[in-house]
Ligand binder design. Structure first.
Ligand SMILES: NC(=O)c1ccc[n+]([C@@H]2O[C@H](COP(=O)([O-])OP(=O)(O)OC[C@H]3O[C@@H](n4cnc5c(N)ncnc54)[C@H](OP(=O)(O)O)[C@@H]3O)[C@@H](O)[C@H]2O)c1
Length: 262
């Protein structure tokens, strides 16, 4: 009987030789994504509006031995997406991995939702991932390998008051993830969504400061606590890695069990 060869775990999770572009890289989840993908060996391209935050992060990654390129862009409108795509082309960059993490929320009750704020949230959370992926997919397709990870939310699966545009954008990103998976999958490009529960970052400072919300988390999340950005590192790396070669169109919920129980 031939000797059994056990799977080589290093290569299963290695991103050596890959370049990953992370939007929202100056924020909590995007920054954590950049760190873990860099730790797996990827070069990382850091995108957000605030250049000094990107610079600081790129410097920290550089000190840790990673290669990081800060690239500022405002993805809230199509001309910002186009400008980023132009800057990437000028720099000769064609990422293998795209993590669409830039996002915003408008915490408005139903009657206070306005068309401009609605458009702003949908523009950043849904339209930008659509057209940035459209621009970067041809190189992935030509290479026969690519990974797109859209950062969804448990609000891609459930509704919530005071978060109408956000909930609509995240439900839509779930649908877009699946439709892109259908079209890009045959070319070796896997498209999945990571759907976090409540993770402690700047986007929800107001909730972190609300004791009633903290009590709700303690009561409703089976793990009994807020998520930290580091809780997403393993799941995010998994989705980008060779280990997830047959995962396509999947919503990976990482919420401490919150949506699994009633
Ligand atoms: N934290 C959670 O509990 C949670 C749960 C589920 C899903 N999510 C999703 O996770 C993603 C990241 O959120 P986070 O928690 O990391 O929030 P965050 O810390 O507030 O980060 C948001 C990021 O988006 C960037 N951004 C905002 N507007 C932008 C624009 N117009 N153009 C380009 N970049 C822009 C911000 O950078 P600049 O301001 O410098 O541009 C920042 O890097 C979002 O899609 C969010 O919906 C978060």
């Amino acid at each position: 009987m031939p000797a059994e060869r056990l799977p080589e775990l290093g290569s299963l999770f290695s991103l050596a030789g890959r370049t990953a572009l992370i939007t929202g890289a100056s924020g909590g989840i995007g920054a954590a994504a950049a760190r873990v993908l860099a730790a797996a060996g990827a070069r990382v391209i850091l995108v957000a509006r605030t250049l000094d935050r990107l610079d600081a992060q790129a410097a920290a990654l550089g000190k840790a031995g990673a290669e990081a390129l800060p690239l500022p862009a405002d993805l809230g409108a199509q001309d910002g997406v186009d400008a980023l795509v132009g800057a990437l082309a000028a720099a000769g960059e064609a990422p293998d991995i795209l993590v669409n993490s830039a996002g915003m929320i408008d915490r408005a009750p139903f009657d206070a939702v306005t068309p401009p704020r609605w458009d702003q949230v949908l523009g950043l959370n849904l339209t930008a991932p659509m057209f940035l992926t459209q621009a970067l997919a041809p190189a992935m397709r030509a290479r026969g390998w690519g990974r797109v990870v859209n950062i969804g939310s448990i609000l891609a699966l459930q509704g919530k008051k005071n978060a109408h545009s956000y909930t609509a954008s995240k439900h839509a990103i779930a649908g877009l993830t699946r439709s892109m998976a259908a079209e890009l999958g045959p070319h070796g490009v896997c498209v999945n969504a990571l759907c976090p529960g409540y993770i402690r970052t700047e986007i929800n400072t107001v909730l972190q400061e609300d004791p009633a919300f903290g009590a709700m988390i303690a009561a409703r999340v089976p793990l009994g606590r807020w998520g930290e950005t580091s809780d997403l590192s393993g799941p995010l790396l998994f989705l980008c890695s060779p280990a997830a070669a047959y995962l396509n169109g999947h919503m990976l919920v990482v919420d401490g069990g919150m949506t699994a129980v009633h």
